[in-house]
Each structure stands twice: as structure tokens, then as C-alpha cells.
Design a protein around this ligand. Structure first.
Ligand SMILES: Nc1ncnc2c1ncn2[C@@H]1O[C@H](COP(=O)(O)OP(=O)(O)OP(=O)(O)O)[C@@H](O)[C@H]1O
Ligand SMILES: [Mg+2]
Length: 367
């Protein structure tokens, strides 16, 4: 068992900076998710843990050991990819057994690493198969399995050696929506049972929100925020995170902070939105105000006004899209609410305590 630590890690490919000055401690036995848009450097960070890429600068440690330069096979980690290449001509049993044959390992009764006997391997294969619910398929070949079953074989093959750290790079992206949901639950269950560190890469925020102990949000090679999913959702550290997390995304508008009778307000054109008391903004500071669709409501006397452009009915809720000063804002409300009439002007009230305010110049959250 082991945590993983990045210290001042850079990875450059020629002129491209894939990972920029990453310092991050992944705690032993946590489920850490790297989340970010395509090309932000998630896979590169993961591959540096696996040893498939070497940092250009900085150190990567697993447990107490700096692993720069250590052969991937000697890192005691396992990795599952999106394209979980199984051996097509071998049975599920043989596929899971394969990693036990490549290298010596510590025998079940302790002692120096050696080649395991056939019986010892059988115990481990059956254990891994049982954990992934594959006992009934051990004699089949991958071609005779569904996509989800194949993915489970890849997971079983990865855990059969009981690695210290389990790395996964978008392992669910080849599965259909229903199977993805189910496999998400299974992965969390697997993590609980194995009691080892999981590091998981995805660009899917639902995966991150539902599985992670902590999520590390990356953009353009830089760590933007690290924290439990709920914290990141409730207190985004900067505008990137605010706009990236949440679906539909946060509504934002640019404004200027002004002192007023009751405290500070955000002024955007003719609209004046009160800001929460005690917020660290100064008069005339350029800010971006953000509010989630569920915290914006149609009211008779709201400070913002806009024209109803469309209503999306989703069964349990509806999304009302409203054009406010040329920008689209989304309101998320229960489907019981009356449908606003397209083309009419409505007034909008953000919930005061739910406003997020960011400094426009730096993009950083203002507390
Ligand atoms: N071997 C390589 N040679 C050159 N550039 C690379 C190499 N590997 C990655 N890059 C570049 O580094 C950046 C980060 O790539 P990476 O694969 O880590 O992104 P990612 O976040 O995993 O994206 P995706 O979600 O699309 O998989 C990209 O700009 C990519 O083009
Ligand atoms: Mg990737």
C-alpha cells in the first residue's frame, strides 16, 4: 500500500508543456480522480506514475521511494487503459493469469519472490475473478464476452498481482451509458474491497463526482483545484473550475463592484445585484459573478431581466434558457413550475448566499 507524490513535476514534449509544475500528494488508499478537458495532461500525469513517461523535471514518489528512472515493472503498480487489449486467443482464465507468469512475486506464505506454482496461481486467478464476478466466464475467450465483461477481465488482470497503486485511464469510455453507471458502482466497491490507492483519469465530471475521494482538476497542464467533489462544486477556486464543473454549467456575468447603501453590489449595465456581506471586493473592482442554474429563479422583482428563449423539458426538471444582455443564462427548476412563455421578458433573482464572485483579472475566487 502506498500513496503517490508529485513534487514540482514538469513534462515537456518538445515545445508542448503537457504537465506544468505539478505538486500533488495522493493519499494512501484514496480514490483520486484527475479531471480535465481533452489534452490537459491527465494521461501524461498518470503515465508518469506508471513509469511510461519520465518527468522532464521534478520527482514522482510511490510510498517513500522516488521512482524517477525506476522500470515500470518494478513500480508495483497496475494500469488499465480505455482500450483494454486482452489476448483474444486466450481464455479469460489465461488472460487474468498472464501477469503472474511474467515476473517472480512474493509467494502466499511469504519469503523471497519466486515463480508461483500452478496451484498458487489458480488461487489468485480465482480470487480476482470472484472480486469482478467473472467465475462463470473463465473458460470463454474475450470474443464471447460483452464489452462490460471484457472490461472486468482487464480489471481482474490488473489486480491479480495486488499492486500498491491501481491506475486507470478512462476505463469506461467504451461502455454504453447504462453499463458505465453500473461499472462506476463496481469500481468504488472494488476500491473499498482492495484497500489500495486508486488513481483514475477522466474528462467526465459525473465519473469524478460519483467516485472520487478527491478530485484534481487540471487545465492546460496546471492543477486548478484539489478537493472532495462536493467542495469543488460548492466553492470553485477559480473561473475555470466554476465553468467546468456542473451541468448545465454555471451562469456568469461580468460586473463592477460598487458600494451601495446596504453593502456592496455588482453593477452590470442597468442591473444591480446585491453581493453577500463581508465579501472581500473593493469599490470599482472588475468581477465576474457566477450562479448555478438551480440557484437562479424567475421572480416578479429580480435584479436581472431577460427574454425567454427556450424551455427544455427533462421530465423531472426543466431548463429555461434566458437571454440576458446578449448572453444566455440557464435556470433549472422543477417541472411543476409553469412553463415561461417564449419571447416574454422575465425578471431573475440569484440566491444571495449562492453567488460566486471572481476577480476578473486573475480569475480567482473572492471570499
Ligand atoms: N508522446 C507525445 N508527444 C508529443 N506530445 C504529446 C505526447 N503525449 C502527449 N502529448 C501532448 O501533451 C498534451 C497532454 O496530453 P495528454 O494525453 O496527457 O492529455 P489528456 O488530458 O490525457 O487528454 P485526453 O482527454 O484527450 O486523453 C497534449 O497537448 C498532447 O498532444
Ligand atoms: Mg488521456
Amino acid at each position: 500500500m502506498a500513496g503517490v507524490e508529485f513534487k514540482g513535476v514538469w513534462k515537456r514534449f518538445g515545445d508542448v508543456v503537457a504537465v506544468e509544475d505539478l505538486t500533488l500528494e495522493i493519499i494512501d488508499r484514496e480514490f483520486l480522480v484527475f479531471l480535465g478537458p481533452s489534452g490537459c495532461g491527465k494521461s501524461t500525469a498518470l503515465r508518469m506514475i506508471a513509469g511510461l513517461e519520465e518527468p522532464s523535471e521534478g520527482t514522482v514518489s510511490i510510498g517513500d521511494e522516488v521512482v524517477n528512472g525506476v522500470d515500470p515493472r518494478d513500480r508495483d503498480v497496475a494500469m488499465v487503459f480505455q482500450s483494454y487489449a486482452l489476448y483474444p486467443h486466450m481464455t479469460v482464465y489465461k488472460n487474468i493469469e498472464a501477469p503472474l507468469l511474467t515476473r517472480p512475486m512474493e509467494p502466499p506464505d511469504g519469503g523471497a519472490p519466486r515463480k508461483l506454482t500452478k496451484e498458487e496461481r489458480a488461487v489468485k486467478v480465482k480470487e480476482a475473478a470472484a472480486i469482478l464476478g467473472l467465475e462463470a466466464y473463465l473458460d470463454r475467450k474475450p470474443g464471447a464476452l460483452s464489452g462490460g465483461q471484457r472490461q472486468r477481465v482487464a480489471l481482474a488482470r490488473a489486480i491479480v498481482r495486488r499492486p500498491r497503486v491501481f491506475l486507470m485511464d478512462e476505463p469506461l469510455s467504451n461502455l454504453d451509458a447504462k453499463l458505465r453507471t453500473q461499472t462506476r458502482l463496481e469500481l468504488v466497491e472494488l476500491w473499498r474491497r482492495l484497500g489500495i490507492t486508486f488513481v483514475y483519469v477522466t474528462h467526465d465530471q459525473v465519473e469524478a463526482m460519483t467516485m472520487a475521494s478527491r478530485v484534481a482538476i487540471i487545465a492546460e497542464g496546471r492543477l486548478q483545484q484539489l478537493g472532495p467533489p462536493q467542495d469543488v462544486y460548492e466553492r470553485p477556486a477559480n473561473l475555470f473550475v466554476a465553468r467546468f464543473i456542473g451541468s448545465p454549467p454555471m451562469n456568469t456575468f461580468d460586473a463592477v463592484a460598487r458600494p451601495a447603501a446596504g453593502g456592496m453590489v455588482a453593477q452590470a449595465g442597468a442591473a444591480v445585484v446585491p453581493l453577500p456581506a463581508g465579501l472581500g471586493v473593493s469599490p470599482d473592482q472588475a468581477v465576474t459573478v457566477a450562479v448555478r442554474p438551480e440557484h437562479l429563479h424567475i421572480t416578479a422583482d429580480g435584479p436581472l431581466d431577460g427574454i425567454v428563449r427556450s424551455v427544455e423539458l427533462l421530465g423531472h426538471e426543466q431548463h429555461v434558457i434566458i437571454e440576458v444582455s446578449g448572453e444566455l443564462m440557464v435556470i433549472r427548476q422543477p417541472s411543476e413550475e409553469p412553463d415561461p412563455v417564449l419571447g416574454t421578458t422575465v425578471r431573475l433573482s440569484p440566491e444571495l448566499g449562492r453567488l460566486h464572485v471572481f476577480d476578473q483579472a486573475s480569475g480567482l475566487r473572492v471570499e
